[in-house]
Design a protein around this ligand. Sequence first.
Ligand code: ADQ
Length: 489
Amino acid sequence: WERIDGKPIRQRLLVVANRLPVSAVRRGEETWSLEISAGGLVSALLGVKEFEARWIGWAGVNVPDEAGQKALTKALAEKRCIPVFLDEETVHQYYNGYCNNILWPLFHYLGLPQEDRLATTRSFQSQFAAYKKANKMFADVVNKHYEEGDVVWCHDYHLMFLPKCLKDHNRNMKVGWFLHTPFPSSEIHRTLPSRTDLLRAVLHADLVGFHTYDYARHFVSACTRILGLEGTPEGVEDQGRLTRVAAFPIGIDSERFIRALEVPQVQEHIKELKERFAGKKVMLGVDRLDMIKGIPQKILAFEKFLEENSYWCDKVVLLQIAVPTRTDVPEYQKLTSQVHEIVGRINGKFGTLIGVPIHHLDRSLDFHALCAVYAVTDVALVTSLRDGMNLVSYEFVACQDSKKGVLILSEFAGAAQSLGAGAILVNPWNITEVAAAIGQALNMPAEEREKRHRHNFAHVTTHTAQEWAETFVSELNDTVIEAQQRIRK
Ligand code: ADQ
């Protein structure tokens, strides 16, 4: 940390998330190569000048030996990262099990896995035990590095137990927790066998944040209905102690995208793509290949549109760029096969010797390639069945200032609440409605496109990731000061 006279120059912020924003690859016994993965959270915090951020999280690799751990810790320190070392069994039970097999589907309204419906099954119990154990391991690392006055910002459904672990150790620690997924209706949350423990653990935080007011309201309702606590306009009150609950909609580093469009390499790529798709309208989907993103529904809607609008068959192309995730999970493998099967069928039906209507890629694009693709797109299709926010919709808008393309957006993505007036909102389960929205988007007059884009662009460039992070941390500081004042009174 930078210091003057032994004191930090800026407020120190400990950002605790399941994964560090770097990928680590072991090159030798004590040699590691690190690559920064610039996700939304990283760029949000890079742009914030008020505080000095350090990251605490799992590096995504199993490092059983002490020499390896020491070397990795040293290498990560240069990137302002502090590792939490999790053994393979804990990762399996905590990360693959409780986080991704139970909380992720449940929070996206996909329900609990059948075999875990009974709270008493061994697998559920052991996964929840591993979850608590892993959260405790994160807490131990935070406690080791914490200094008085630091702000600790915990992220996401992986770390719902962390606020409790931290406050049990030091009740004066300033602790915030933010959820990147939806928080579901209390009727969904109450199906979770560990519903009470999780809510109580989160309530140890001073400030609890969500992307939308709806998620915040669901959380407060869950605390009222499941724990019997009082919900107030500020949050949740338990025996005179208030946990503040509020909405903090995330944004993107829009400047980074806008600047990228000026880079010669990106302009060259834009030119190539324009030539490649000359005479056609380009539709785009960019998603992690996840159940929640509604990729099969999107492609089926595109098929229906082509079936009903033969005029468009050789005049439109859908680029679906789907980066695989959780590839070792059977449900995800099934989803990949399902998507491939539908794409193959549609391309077989509507393709010609000259071209096919769907270009499906099972891969990620690097940042510059992604910006170029966003820039040449006429219609972006975001059909998430549920999505905390959905940053792809924001990134598309940021890259569209010259083209003014149309955004078709699921009403079940948090982004629908901010970009609703500029996008065409759809229910992704209604294939007929999405197919009609595709027709509306492709035929939309330039004036209407311009008007809708202006609304979206103003939002995306004003409500940035930096603003999101600054607002959350300053609200956390204020919340703690107010609580101290209440106690003094
Ligand atoms: P995600 O579910 O990952 O995030 P999203 O918000 O869309 O969803 O962010 C995905 C990011 O990955 C974007 O920055 C996008 O550019 C990138 N990405 C996705 N597919 C890609 C591809 N094929 N190639 C290259 N890049 C790709 C979670 C929640 C969201 C919430 C965010 C932030 O599920 O709802 O918006 O966190 O809080």
